[in-house]
Every structure is written in structure tokens, then in C-alpha cells.
Design a protein around this ligand. Structure first.
Ligand SMILES: [Ca+2]
Ligand SMILES: [Ca+2]
Length: 138
């Protein structure tokens, strides 16, 4: 984990860089798809949901949350990703929903930069890394 400063523009610009964003989404999808069938099952998805700290904050979940309650929240998030309700999340669904969530986060942040503790592998961390690589290249 590291503490980074980010604002909504960091997130929005990252998403708008279609190539960079898709690269990160595809990498993550491939890593989560442990049986390599091109789909994320509920079990495979749960791993991702557990790493989304922002969701935990959003839903008011912490370490003391009852596991049943947690499972219900994960289930409802999974349903949200599974747009065609076929019981699995494909890469397009994964990308669309990740994008939607990140935009929602960007809206929540507003224009003022904030300090956030980011997991090494999180999408937000990727957004920050992407931005600093662009600054370095300029
Ligand atoms: Ca799979
Ligand atoms: Ca689906």
C-alpha cells in the first residue's frame, strides 16, 4: 500500500485513455479468471471484490461485518457486473462496470486532490502510475 494524491481528472483521463485502461482491465481479468474459461464466476469475482477497499467504505463494511451480510453485498455487486444475468461476468461486462465504478469515484472526489491509501494493485493505483508515466514522458 502507498499514499497517493489523486483527483477526479487522474481517474477520468486514465479511463479515457482507452488503450491504457483496457490493458489494465484485461490484465486484471486474466488474473482473476483462474480456470481460464474467459468468464469470471462468482468465486473468481469475490477475490476482486475483497480487494476493492473503496466498496467496503461505500457499503460501510469493515472487519467486524457479519460474513453473511458480506456475502449478500458481494452477491449484489456480482449481479451488478453480470449485465445479462447469465451467472458469469465476461470481459466486456467487467470493463463496463469497472469504468462505471471508477467514474462514480471520480465524481465523488470532485476537483480537489485528495490523499488516499491505495493498494499496490488497485485500479486507482494504476491510474496514478499511468499519470506519472505521462508526466515523465512529457
Ligand atoms: Ca473463469
Ligand atoms: Ca454475464
Amino acid at each position: 500500500m502507498s499514499v497517493e494524491v489523486l483527483d477526479s481528472a487522474t481517474i477520468v483521463n486514465f479511463i479515457e485513455d482507452e488503450k491504457a485502461f483496457e490493458g489494465v482491465v484485461h490484465d486484471r481479468f486474466a488474473r482473476l479468471d483462474t480456470n481460464h474459461d474467459g468468464l469470471l464466476s462468482y468465486t473468481e469475482m469475490t477475490k476482486e471484490l475483497q480487494s476493492l477497499r473503496v466498496l467496503e467504505t461505500h457499503f460501510g463494511i469493515d472487519d467486524k461485518t457479519d460474513p453473511d451480510e458480506l456475502a449478500a453485498v458481494y452477491r449484489s455487486i456480482f449481479v451488478q457486473f453480470d449485465h445479462d444475468s447469465n451467472g458469469a461476468v465476461d470481459v466486456e461486462e467487467f470493463k463496463a462496470e469497472t469504468k462505471r465504478m471508477m467514474l462514480a469515484m471520480a465524481n465523488g472526489l470532485g476537483f480537489l486532490p485528495v490523499q488516499m491509501v491505495l493498494e499496490e494493485d488497485s485500479f486507482l493505483k494504476k491510474a496514478v502510475e499511468w499519470e506519472s508515466s505521462k508526466v515523465a514522458a512529457a
